[in-house]
Design a protein around this ligand. Structure first.
Ligand code: PLP
Length: 410
């Protein structure tokens, strides 16, 4: 059973604001809250999951967030008093725990160095601020994560978006605008498809561009002992920078830039998120170090993850859903927001919870329900979700969705 969600979105604060701000808040009301049946943004459903609900929202793909070894590593450090780095990482020296974790991550991925950041967002924004400026053309896959787009904006560089996963279009743009930086995700967080890494990197290198691959959703889940897709494809010496959120398979609160030793020397003194924002605390770093040990050792979790993901993707495809995923991120594209709303409600009523993605995370008419599969799920739980998806097809109008018609036309 699920319980009613009690957040009240109609409540107004007594403290008023000047008109320019009230207008902005009103626009959010009009565009996000009011169009929905429950008066809440589409990403918030009407029901709150109870204990028996099937949760397909977490990015803890290897199901390790409450692993006792990781908890103990954090607790041990928390219980030892003193010397927290409550300051910017710019003041930390080579012998710090941050430094040792960075060395371990570099070795894990086959690089010389890495830079631990406060989040994946900070890593991407900081990196772009350092490597690009107004004179740099930046080639960016249209679906690349918003943090890299924001980084481009902050750097003042000109972005040239290439069509999603289309190396031919990338090459045409580079020929037109010249040497620059190529940015893309290895595994896309909205629909779970995987970039043609070998082809994109070959083009980036042929035109002597700098390459940045965001491996947030593939580090820990792909490659030898989880080293990621770049490592698994033998590209470690061809990709300049890997960035990643450590809030996915690493189930923590941090980000990382994986790079050359030379670059790591400059970053702390050039990147604003490194200079003007505080470093991670000791217990967080010891948790991450323990997590890395678990990730490297537990191949069985990756095997189960990929087995589960394949079972789920194929099950949905067999039911007629248009699934473009090649990974553990499996999305159903309702398309219009009203259709995704129907889908969300039909699932929630039956105790299944995914995450709604809508503008600005997707184009306005391509909203979707994202399911994140993890290694702790039993086949019977996935089968239950598949049975629900089978039952609701008429109720949600799935056969008439644009995404379904696109699949039929293929
Ligand atoms: C591809 C990608 N890059 C970067 C980030 C940002 O990571 P974080 O949540 O650690 O700031 C995310 C998280 O949504 C992501 O999916």
């Amino acid at each position: 059973m699920t319980v009613k969600n009690f957040q009240d979105f109609t409540e107004k604060s007594k403290l008023g604001y000047p008109e320019f701000l009230e207008k902005k808040l009103q626009a959010c009301d009009d565009e996000l809250f009011k169009p929905r049946k429950n008066g809440k943004p589409l990403v918030i459903g009407s029901l709150t999951p109870d204990l028996g609900a099937i949760m397909l929202q977490s990015n803890d793909y290897l199901n390790i967030s409450s692993h006792p070894f990781i908890r103990e590593a954090q607790l041990e450090v928390l219980q030892k008093a003193g010397n927290e780095p409550v300051m910017s990482a710019v003041f930390l020296h080579e012998g710090s725990d941050k430094y040792f974790f960075e060395q371990a991550m570099a070795e894990f991925t086959g690089y010389e160095s890495s830079i631990l950041c406060q989040s994946g967002w900070a890593a991407n924004v900081g990196l772009m601020q350092v490597i690009a400026d107004q004179s740099t053309p930046v080639y960016i896959d249209f679906f690349t994560h918003m943090s890299l787009w924001e980084g481009v904006k902050i750097s003042g560089a000109s972005p040239y978006a290439f069509r999603h996963n289309d190396p031919v279009h990338l090459e045409r743009l580079i020929k037109e605008h010249g040497q620059g930086i190529v940015l893309f995700d290895s595994l896309y967080s909205t629909n779970g498809d995987i970039a043609p890494l070998i082809d994109i990197i070959e083009i980036a290198n042929r035109y002597d561009c700098v390459s940045v691959v965001d491996e947030s959703h593939s580090i820990g889940t792909y490659g030898p002992h989880g080293a990621g897709l770049v490592a698994s494809l033998g590209l470690s010496e061809k990709v300049h920078f890997i960035t990643a959120s450590l809030a996915k398979a690493f189930a923590g609160r941090a980000g990382i830039i994986i790079c050359s030793k030379n670059f790591a020397k400059y970053y702390p003194y050039m990147a604003f998120p490194a200079i003007f924002s505080s470093a991670l605390l000791h217990y967080e770093i010891s948790g991450l170090q323990a997590t890395l040990d678990v990730i490297k050792k537990d191949d069985f979790r990756r095997e189960k993850l990929h087995e589960n993901a394949e079972y789920f993707r194929e099950g949905l495809r067999n039911l007629g859903y248009n699934i473009s995923s090649q990974s553990q991120i499996v999305s159903i594209e309702g398309g219009l927001e009203s259709d995704t709303e129907l889908l969300r409600d039909a699932l929630e009523k039956r105790g299944v919870f995914g995450s709604v993605f809508m503008a600005p995370a997707t184009p306005k008419t391509r909203s979707l329900m994202r399911f994140s599969v993890h290694s702790g799920l039993e086949k019977s739980e996935l089968q239950y979700v598949l049975d629900v998806c089978e039952t609701i097809r008429e109720e949600i109008g799935m056969w008439n969705w644009k995404s379904t018609r696109r699949k039929k036309a293929e």
